[in-house]
Design a protein. Structure first.
Lengths: 115, 113
């Protein structure tokens, strides 16, 4: 889910389990969505994207689901590994509130992999 | 990293001093962006460029200026740094506008004392 304060929501999963990270996007006019992964001290790294004419897209060990009816996006990571520990956030391509044109980014979810 | 470098990677400066951050890309992408990232906020767009000498303001542009004299370089300047500009700054590039993934640089951690 998205953070509304200083501390990011945290998802803790066992190594080998599947992870599901959720994102509620804000603008029904958005037609392009991206998931990013950000490791500590590094820049965001592109994981997968999806356009609004699709409701599911799969990559290597990751699946993104889009539900336009409720403006919800999810990222599923299969068989999580220690290297998956990071902050994950979604982005949409329509303006959010008074924001500038371009991509609007969520605040992120911290995924922790337990050994 | 998709051929994006940022310099410096870390900087500590005093309030009131000018600071320039540099972003350099080797991908020949048209669009370049400067974001800041702070706790409790998502990435927020400062300025962006859609071509050489073509720039526009983002969501949090006050106190910042940019320049793009070459396709590969995008400079962010803080004319007179303030403590509220302490942040991590990221540069990003993309081939298309708003329907294409943005690739990010490694970031610059700026501390204004």
């Amino acid at each position: 889910g998205e953070s509304v304060g200083l501390h990011l929501p945290t998802l803790s999963v066992q190594e080998g389990d599947n992870s599901i990270i959720n994102c509620a996007y804000s603008n029904s006019a958005s037609d392009y969505f991206i998931w990013y992964k950000q490791e500590s001290g590094k820049g965001p790294q592109f994981i997968i994207d999806i356009r609004s004419n699709m409701d599911k897209r799969q990559g290597q060990r990751v699946t993104v689901l889009l539900n336009k009816t409720v403006k919800h996006l999810s990222l599923q990571i299969a068989a999580t590994q220690p290297g998956d520990s990071a902050v994950y956030f979604c982005a949409e391509n329509a303006k959010s509130g008074g924001g500038a044109d371009g991509l609007t980014f969520g605040k992120g979810t911290h995924l922790i992999i337990q050994p | 990293d998709a051929g994006i470098t940022q310099s410096p990677r870390h900087k500590v400066t005093e309030t009131g001093t000018p600071v320039t951050l540099r972003c350099h890309q080797t991908e020949n992408h048209r669009y370049m962006y400067w974001y800041r990232q702070d706790p409790g906020h998502g990435l927020r767009l400062i300025h962006y460029s859609y071509g050489v000498k073509d720039t526009d303001k983002g969501e949090v542009s006050d106190g910042y200026s940019v320049s793009r004299s070459k396709t590969e370089d995008f400079l962010l300047t803080l004319e007179s740094a303030t403590s509220s500009q302490t942040s991590v700054y990221f540069c990003a590039i993309s081939e298309k506008w708003r329907e294409d993934e943005q690739y990010f640089g490694p970031g610059t951690r700026l501390t204004v004392t």
